[in-house]
Design a protein around this ligand. Structure first.
Ligand code: GLN
Length: 468
């Protein structure tokens, strides 16, 4: 039941939007108590929308699951945090939601995530544990873990996630689904609760590459409400989908295949590269020399922006407010102390420190300079090749709890995904096999394909050649 096949069934009159929603509700009731992907859903509201659905539209009548950091009017938007879980209801639709509705889709379900999207395992959700449908002892990845797990578990047709440093691609890889992070500026961030505004992008998690193209088509494009959203035409992402890879130059960066990468991941990714070569792509060895600095650079810039963005959660305007504060300062402090979890506090402290006077130049300023070097690495590479191939993550999904007291280890596992956000380029994760890892069997492995800015159509075309 892919999005594309359901579209055909809907148009042929073989099913209805309401029937799809009832089916999903049944699947959720049957399995989501184990998977824990959904924080909430409103079947009645979705059925009311389904009754009005215009099936002639590109996503007419299709339910799409939404990560719990995108505003849907009247619905909760917890961001996986206690600070918003008690009493916040969205007063408006995010632009992606408005665009999904304009394409006929129905936002259905609020998906678990790491608190404020900070994490790679969904273990930082303050609200519930999400498990990998391929092995319930393992993480689904993160931070869009609920979105990925539901698509993999077939309790959702397709979902939206957000990707600041890999949060769409990495959970897609761990759950064996497709995840696309668009170029910075391709999709409006208006109504996405900001984590790190210069890095955040919204993208689809889907069962197939074609479905990713369909969802991207609906959400991409200019929005006057986001000043970083680009006013450039959106290409047709479906026309070139089956054009193949013959004659394309695909770069394989040596820095992405070094030590620390699991042999099963390496074998599957190399097999996918061979598959593309067999279809006529030219494989070229390349170098992205500043890769080793990506983790340090990201973990200065992202917390810096987060510390600023999260200052709005002060106990006054949104969400949790402490009981019986002594004075106004105490109200701010206690509300934030009670509302935020440990990882969010760690990032706020780190970010405030790197922005503080006396340290700003040494940390934040320098990180911005290294960010430029990382971007230039990609610009140089894309003079040589059409796209870049790599693993999404160094290992398949690990067991829940492995890095509970080791955030640094967790940060290091983001090495392959962070650079795309720092450079503003698009990236897609596409399943490329399974492997055994740390006592687990048949765990999904993802291939990452990175492209030049606004090169989403080419990425989808290459990903399609991996999928078939
Ligand atoms: N794992 C990274 C982090 O914790 C990326 C998260 C994301 O993309 N939202 O910041």
């Amino acid at each position: 039941m892919t999005l594309a096949s359901l579209r055909r069934q809907l148009l042929a009159g073989d099913t209805t939007s309401a029937a799809i929603l009832h089916h999903l509700a049944g699947e959720i009731a049957a399995r989501d108590s184990l998977t824990g992907a959904y924080l909430s859903y409103d079947l009645e509201a979705a059925l009311a929308e389904a009754a009005q659905a215009d099936l002639s539209l590109p996503l007419g009548g299709i339910p799409i699951a939404i990560k719990d950091n995108m505003n849907v009017r009247g619905q909760p938007c917890t961001c996986g945090s206690k600070i918003l879980a008690e009493n916040y209801r969205s007063p408006y639709d995010a632009t992606v939601i408005r665009k999904l509705r304009a394409a006929g889709a129905i936002p259905f379900g609020r998906m678990n995530q790491d608190e404020f999207a900070m994490g790679s395992a969904t273990e930082n959700s303050a609200l519930q544990t999400t498990r990998n449908p391929h092995d319930p002892d393992r993480i689904p990845g993160g931070s869009s873990g609920g979105s990925a797990a539901a698509v993999a578990d077939r309790t959702a047709i397709a979902a939206l996630g957000s990707d600041t440093g890999g949060s769409v691609r990495q959970p897609a890889s761990h759950c064996g689904v497709v995840g696309l992070k668009p170029s910075y500026g391709r999709v409006s961030r208006y109504g996405l609760v900001a984590f790190a505004s210069s890095l955040d992008q919204i993208g689809p998690l889907t069962q197939t590459v074609e479905d990713a193209a369909l969802v991207l088509q609906a959400i991409a494009g200019f929005d006057p409400l986001d000043s970083t959203c680009l006013d450039v035409p959106v290409p047709d992402y479906l026309t070139c989908l089956h054009a193949g890879v013959h004659g394309l130059k695909l770069g394989v960066p040596k820095e992405y295949f070094g030590e620390g990468i699991d042999p099963g991941v390496r074998n599957n990714v190399e097999a996918a590269i061979q598959k593309l070569a067999a279809q006529g792509a030219e494989i070229v060895g390349i170098s992205l020399p500043h890769t080793a600095h990506a983790v340090a650079t990201y973990y200065v810039i992202a917390p810096a922006e987060a510390s600023s963005n999260l200052s709005r959660f002060d106990g006054i305007r949104y969400g949790h407010r402490t009981a019986n504060p002594a004075d106004i300062l105490n109200l701010y402090k206690k509300s934030r102390d009670e509302g935020f979890g440990p990882e969010v506090k760690r990032r706020i402290i780190l970010g405030t420190y790197v922005l503080s006077s006396g340290y700003y130049d040494a940390y934040y300023g320098r990180a911005q300079k290294v960010r430029t070097l990382i971007r230039r690495d990609f610009e140089a590479a894309f003079h040589q090749v059409d796209a870049i191939l790599s693993p999404v993550a160094p290992t398949p999904a690990r067991k829940i709890g492995t890095f509970a007291n080791d955030p640094l280890h967790e940060y290091l596992s983001d090495i392959f995904t962070l650079s795309a956000n720092l450079a503003g380029i698009p990236g897609i994760a596409v399943p490329c096999g399974t492997t055994d890892f740390d006592g687990g069997t048949n765990l999904p492995v993802g291939l990452q394909i990175l492209g030049p800015h606004l090169g989403e159509a080419k990425l989808l075309q290459i990903a399609q050649a991996v999928e078939v």
